[in-house]
Design a protein around this ligand. Structure first.
Ligand SMILES: [Zn+2]
Length: 230
């Protein structure tokens, strides 16, 4: 689970990985025989019994720096990824991070360019709302309308959703499923773990090879495995 890829000192939410660090992390994957792919592709491969050697890469929020910094590195390492964007904040910024540096988000053309570059576009909702605290009308808008807007924008209905803040409960899962998404990403969904609440590992600027190895080893202990038939 990545967010922004950029240089820059101020990062109170630990959401920024410098390009040089991402380069080393992708090289680490390659040395271990792993290829980064979007989550939709990973799940299709899992269902077909051929997901060995694949790892899902996600970039939340749809920062504009994806195009400049992440895309060339992913290409160089023959990886793809899922980018979870906010169609309610096209060309806006991460205004929801009160203390963080403002970072520009992809606009409509930027999202289309990322899709054209072979990346999967998923929905992060409309405005980055915490779905466990919103009313029914907002929950419906964030899940259904964001999907419709991305369908219009890219020509393809997005298969994936990503819960802002990783905040998920059974009501949010039902809304996401009803909106037609095939899967959804969380962070630590605990007993909700399943195709519409997938666990992920946060990857940050401090994640050296040693720390990545530790996270890889600890992941199955900290998070339940997906059922075999997912
Ligand atoms: Zn987010």
């Amino acid at each position: 689970m990545y967010h922004s890829v950029d240089d820059g000192a101020e990062d109170p939410y630990d959401i920024t990985v410098p390009p040089a660090r991402l380069e080393r992390q992708l090289a680490w994957l390659g040395r271990r025989g792993l290829t980064g792919v979007g989550v939709g592709e990973l799940l299709r491969a899992h269902a077909a019994g051929r997901s060995r050697g694949l790892v899902g890469l996600t970039f939340d929020d749809g920062y504009a720096d994806f195009t400049e910094h992440a895309l060339p590195l992913l290409r160089r390492h023959a990886c793809t990824a899922t980018v979870f964007v906010l169609p309610g904040r096209l060309g806006g910024d991460n205004a929801w991070d009160a203390d963080g540096p403002r970072k520009p988000l992809l606009d409509a053309d930027g999202i289309r360019a990322v899709a054209a570059a072979g990346m999967e576009i998923g929905s992060h909702g409309l405005l980055h709302e915490r779905l466990t605290t919103v009313g029914d009308a907002v929950l419906h808008e964030e899940t259904h309308r964001s999907r419709a807007l991305l369908h219009d924008l890219t020509g393809t209905p997005p298969a994936g959703f990503c819960y802002p803040y990783g905040a998920v409960d059974s009501r949010a899962v039902r809304a996401v499923r009803a909106a037609g998404y095939a899967y959804a990403c969380a962070v630590d969904p605990g007993p909700l773990t399943g195709p519409h609440a997938l666990p992920r590992i946060h990857v940050g600027a401090r994640d050296t090879a040693l720390r990545l190895r530790a996270k890889q080893l600890l992941h199955p202990l900290r998070r339940p495995a997906l059922p075999e038939d997912v």
